[in-house]
Design a protein around this ligand. Structure first.
Ligand code: ADP
Ligand code: ADP
Ligand code: MG
Length: 673
């Protein structure tokens, strides 16, 4: 069977670019679709043709099946690749493609439907003899019955939206008294994200590992698995770092899981790429009889690259070949695991603030260079913005080597070289995980991040001497560069300003710099030396020399110790990227200060734009530090806004249903004497 001549990619970001890369290699022309927010996005530039399909909101663009299909028809595409998310698991869309004479590069609609709702999928798998997590997945959704089922299953339990995905609509409940409120929250989130508030209830496994199997099937009835991925490293039930193979996987268990996954695929007449997600109870280690079916994702998975790295296969190529009617490229016996791979999801989010998404412009985005050990899948470039409209993933960093320890070294060092500035990213956090001894030992389960929180998320601390010295050196070098440029413009080559030596730039031979961080003000007094400076920082004296290239990269020597760093400057805001550490400072400008900061702590501001969905406090109420005050829905997730301190609420500025801007004052505390 011949492959397609042209395909449309019904997605955006890294996955759209990823699919187009393979299409191009196979000589297939590509068509992109884009929303107004993505008119200049990399996936649009990469495609041979691109069609606008609507405004930024996904519901008005990437989820508009009819517009996507119209774009495919008018561009002459023969097939549609849906990527992940958006329309990828939408059976009606797969059907509409077929009706329009387009090949949907994915499973048959019936297979998508069979796995679309978690409850029905579990019932089906039980029938097919695949072990499932004990729980309730019936049609009766009355709160009383659900509470009774939870009691029968035994606490802790997990409430899951049957239509859920991406960790949304999920609540762990530890005590019967908390059940009703958790059910409300899960239902509300599910209704908002999936338009369906049905839930199921499961036994919550307290020490679980998430291990999933990549499966593939063709139209000729062949089905294989491409081994497992371990995705246990999660926050808020969402994957952070994935790896293949799973550390410590006994061959008998791999065998049993692979068999169960292929049975699951066969039970629903599967075709194409799919992932069967299992949860393994590791209270007694990995055992071939202690894993349970959780759900099947009937699409390409975000973390598919780790499987590609250990099998040497291109899964998008497999998808395209199978969709064109070809046989699976390889049989089970021809597939083998070679080496070890990790994937780290680099997100625009703030791990120190509950992994809250962060939006803004990527003033700097320099992933490490790609090579035999390092792959970077990204859908944004420096200068692009991360907006609240879409998933805040910046890139996926994938590494490979012969064994786990070596691959992990590549992961840690590649993360140290990964430069992101302009918004808060999780790069330092990922680096801390990659360097953690328990992670190196393969001691992973879904509680890893919570358990090691203290070491992975250090308390916010004032910038250290090293950071301040590097920042000061960068600022001084920038000033010298500006002075030189000014001298060149003034046309007097003999002006003392055209000399780069610092001491000539300042009559007194000294100067003071003041920086602000979230933790306060930090002074650096500067004494110019013939070469470099002597800095006084909080009583300590440091001799510093530095050079900076035109790209913000600094080579700094502090008391004879060299280090490299990058300084990104945006007005008075500085971001300092050092290996494993990012510092954000502002250069203190006395004229810019208008507000007194006595009011700090008296108000609570919106951490991101969103919609207030519930107000849990009222004027006059005495609250404790950490007490939930408001629930904000942003980026399809619910965020609880808690009291920054104990006190009495004075005023609440918004009501449920109100839209709020980032930084808007949500409520104020009564001032204490
Ligand atoms: P994976 O297991 O591949 O990581 P996720 O469940 O995390 O899959 O989802 C992958 C992507 O698809 C994420 O960007 C997520 O936000 C999005 N996504 C998942 N399920 C849905 C859904 N039902 N509707 C819209 N987007 C979804
Ligand atoms: P989603 O569709 O959002 O991906 P899943 O059912 O795949 O939902 O579950 C997501 C994650 O939640 C799992 O990877 C796991 O960490 C956790 N989880 C799911 N079910 C259980 C359970 N029964 N006990 C403990 N943790 C669970
Ligand atoms: Mg899942």
């Amino acid at each position: 069977m011949a492959l397609f001549r042209k395909i449309l990619v019904a997605n955006r970001g890294e996955i759209a670019c990823r699919v187009m890369r393979t299409a191009r290699r196979l000589g297939i022309a590509t068509v992109a679709v884009y929303s107004d927010a993505d008119a200049g996005a990399p996936h649009v530039r990469m495609a041979d043709a691109a069609h606008r399909i609507g405004p930024p909101a996904p519901s008005e663009s990437y989820l508009q099946a009819a517009r996507v299909i119209e774009a495919a028809r008018s561009s002459g595409a023969e097939a549609v690749h849906p990527g992940y998310g958006f329309l990828s698991e939408n059976a009606a869309f797969a059907e509409a493609c077929a009706e329009a004479g387009l090949v949907f590069i994915g499973p048959p609609p019936a297979a998508i439907r069979a796995m679309g709702l978690k409850g029905a999928a579990k019932a089906l798998m039980e029938k097919a003899g695949v072990p499932v997590v004990p729980g309730y997945h019936g049609d009766d959704q009355s709160p009383e019955l659900l509470a009774a089922e939870a009691a029968r299953i035994g606490y802790p339990v997990l409430i899951k939206a049957v239509a859920g995905g991406g960790g949304k609509g999920m609540r762990r409940v530890d005590r019967p008294a908390e059940f009703a409120a958790a059910l409300d929250g899960a239902r509300r989130e599910a209704r908002g994200a999936f338009g369906d508030d049905k839930v199921l209830i499961e036994k919550y496994l307290v020490k679980p590992r998430h291990i999933e199997i990549q499966v593939f099937a063709d139209m000729q009835g062949n089905a294989v698995h491409l081994f497992e991925r371990d995705c246990s490293l999660q926050r808020r039930h969402q994957k952070v770092i994935e790896e293949a193979p799973a550390p410590g996987m006994p061959p008998a268990m791999r065998e049993a899981m692979g068999r169960a996954a292929v049975a699951a695929a066969r039970a629903i007449g599967y075709v194409g790429a799919g992932t069967v997600e299992f949860i393994a109870d590791v209270a007694e280690g990995l055992r071939p009889d202690a894993f349970y079916f959780m759900e099947m994702n009937t699409r390409l998975q975000v973390e598919h690259p780790v499987t590609e790295m250990i099998t040497g296969q291109d899964l998008v190529e497999w998808q395209i070949r199978v969709a064109a009617g070809q046989r699976l490229p390889l049989d089970q016996e021809a597939l083998a695991i070679d080496g070890h791979a990790f994937e780290a999801r680099v997100y625009a989010e703030d791990p120190a603030r509950g992994f809250l998404p962060s939006i803004g412009r990527l003033l700097r985005l320099r992933p490490p260079a790609e090579g035999p050990h390092v792959r970077v899948d990204s859908g944004v470039v420096e200068g692009d913005s991360v907006t609240p409209h879409y998933d805040p993933m910046i890139a996926k960093l994938i590494v490979w080597d012969r064994d786990r320890a070596s691959a992990l070294r590549h992961l840690a060092s590649a993360l140290e070289r990964f430069e992101v500035a302009g918004l808060t990213s999780n790069v330092d956090f990922l680096g801390a995980v990659a360097r953690h001894p328990a992670f190196a030992a393969g001691d992973v389960d879904t509680g890893f991040i919570e358990r090691h929180r203290g070491e992975l998320l250090p308390e916010a601390a004032a910038p250290g001497q090293r950071a301040l010295a590097v920042a000061a050196a960068g600022v001084l070098l920038e000033r010298a560069q500006q002075a030189r440029a000014q001298a060149a413009r003034s046309g007097d080559p003999h002006s003392p300003w055209s000399e780069a030596d610092g001491w000539r730039l300042n009559d007194l031979g000294r100067a003071d710099l003041r920086f602000l961080s979230a933790e306060g003000e930090h002074g650096v007094s500067v004494h110019y030396l013939t070469r470099g400076w002597r800095f006084e920082i909080g009583g300590a004296r440091l001799e510093v020399q530095a050079e900076m290239d035109g790209d913000g990269r600094l080579a700094v020597e502090i008391d004879g110790v060299r280090l490299s760093a990058t300084l990104v400057r945006h007005g008075g805001e500085l971001t300092l990227l050092m290996p494993g550490e990012t510092a954000r400072l502002s250069l203190f400008d006395p004229l810019a200060v208008t507000d007194d900061d006595e009011g700090a702590g008296d108000l609570v501001a919106a951490p991101m734009p969103g919609r207030i969905i519930q107000v849990l406090a009222a004027p006059g109420l005495d609250v404790a530090k950490g007490q939930p005050l408001l629930i904000l829905e942003a980026m399809k997730m619910e965020h609880t806004i808690a009291a920054p301190r104990a006190g009495t609420i004075e005023k609440i500025a918004y009501a449920a249903g109100d839209q709020v801007a980032e930084g808007a004052t949500l409520l104020t505390f009564r001032r204490e004497e």
